[in-house]
Write a protein that binds this ligand. Structure first.
Ligand code: F6R
Length: 366
């Protein structure tokens, strides 16, 4: 079953070009973003919405955080993202014209299911489930469904389910943008084209594995690590930190790079490796000055950037470059190296990669 791979997690990381391609197949075949991708009566649910509320846990929550940047930036709709176990127990202000999106790979996460029930009890009936398991509890309780087609995920740490959630969320964003009159034909064609090229770009990122393996020796002896990102890549820093802590048991934290000076800089020493997600986007210069703050305190930097950036390795600054910057879909590409880093660090530390201690694949308890 594992083929050439040592663990399910490694296999599932490498399945991502296929998983992504399968998840966008419907859009590519249609050649357009249309409400029908979300179900036969989706137009009626999606039209006239005034905002989006995303509810999820763990890795799925980080996919939701990424989507907020897209939904507000591209579709122009207010979007909030909330941890399901928090939302369900607070007195939330509900708007029946809000689209409530639950993200759950398994479709069985109790906290997310209860948050959905609570959202409905507040009169929010426009519900969409993005899920990887057909006919599981959460899609059954939702009006609209979009299935990611990652295939069965066996490793407890989610990998291909996360990137396919991002692809589904981008498809949702573009569909909402179109319904809001914010996506013209040329823009739509550009996004379809970007999606069509995505599996190839994911494969390029996977080809960085030997370089990332070389980095793992730096991390394995450490007990702490910091992950930094800005904008749409901040949730990817969070995802990288979660993967590392889950499977290698190294304590890892993620911060928006601009927050460093407001506290976490106090932690930085040469014993604290700092991973930076620094693609060549409009925030790169800002990220660079945040990196100088780290270097000035002796921190070792491990930077994931892309080929176009004018970034060079130097004393204490290690650099791995992905291929060309892929625009709005960049967070999907930058997820790959942080998954591979966690995997290879865990291998060096000899932990049980596919079954990390204390964790379950599907969390059906509170
Ligand atoms: C981490 C991980 C978990 C899940 C979370 C929600 O790698 O897999 O954080 O993302 O338990 O699970 P789902 O998406 O099934 O609701």
């Amino acid at each position: 079953e594992l083929g050439p791979y040592s663990h399910f997690m490694q296999k599932e990381i490498h399945e991502q070009p296929r998983a992504v391609a399968d998840t966008i197949e419907g859009v590519i075949d249609a050649g357009e973003f249309s409400a029908e991708l979300f179900g036969p009566d989706a137009a009626e649910v999606l039209e006239g919405i005034e905002g989006v509320l995303i509810l999820a846990c763990g890795t799925s929550y980080y996919a939701g955080m990424t989507a907020r940047y897209w939904i507000e930036g591209i579709a122009g709709l207010p979007c909030s993202v909330e941890i399901a176990s928090e939302y369900r127990y607070r007195d939330a202000v509900a708007n029946p014209k809000t689209l409530v999106v639950t993200l759950s790979q398994s479709g069985e996460t109790l906290d997310t299911m209860e948050a959905l029930k609570y959202a409905k009890s507040l009169g929010q009936e426009r519900t969409l489930s993005i899920c990887n398991v057909p006919e599981s509890a959460i899609p059954r309780a939702s009006r609209l469904v979009y299935y990611t087609r990652a295939g069965a995920e066996i490793g407890v740490a989610s990998t291909k389910a996360f990137t396919t959630q991002l692809v589904a969320l981008f498809t949702l964003t573009a569909t909402l943008a179109k319904l809001q009159g914010r996506l013209d034909e040329a823009g739509e064609a550009d996004y379809i084209d970007a999606l069509r090229r995505l599996p190839g770009s994911v494969q390029h990122a996977l080809n960085l594995e030997p370089q990332i393996t070389a980095w793992s020796e730096h991390f394995a002896p450490k007990e702490h690590a910091l992950f930094l990102g800005r904008g749409v890549h901040y949730p990817i820093a969070l995802e990288g930190a979660l993967k590392l802590k889950e499977i290698s048991y190294i304590h890892a934290e993620a911060y928006p790079a601009g927050e460093l000076k407001h506290g976490p800089l106090a932690l930085v020493t040469d014993e604290m490796p700092v991973v930076v997600i620094a693609p060549n986007d409009s925030l790169l210069e800002k990220v660079k000055s945040n990196m100088q703050e780290v270097r000035a305190r002796g921190g070792q930097l491990f930077v994931f950037t892309d080929a176009d950036s004018n970034f060079h390795p130097s004393e204490g600054v290690h650099v791995i470059r992905a291929a060309r910057h892929v625009g709005v879909l960049s967070p999907i590409i930058h997820t790959i190296p942080v998954q591979l880093l966690a995997y290879h660090v865990a291998l060096v530390r000899g932990t049980d990669v596919d079954k990390p201690r204390n964790l379950a694949k599907s969390v059906t308890v509170e």
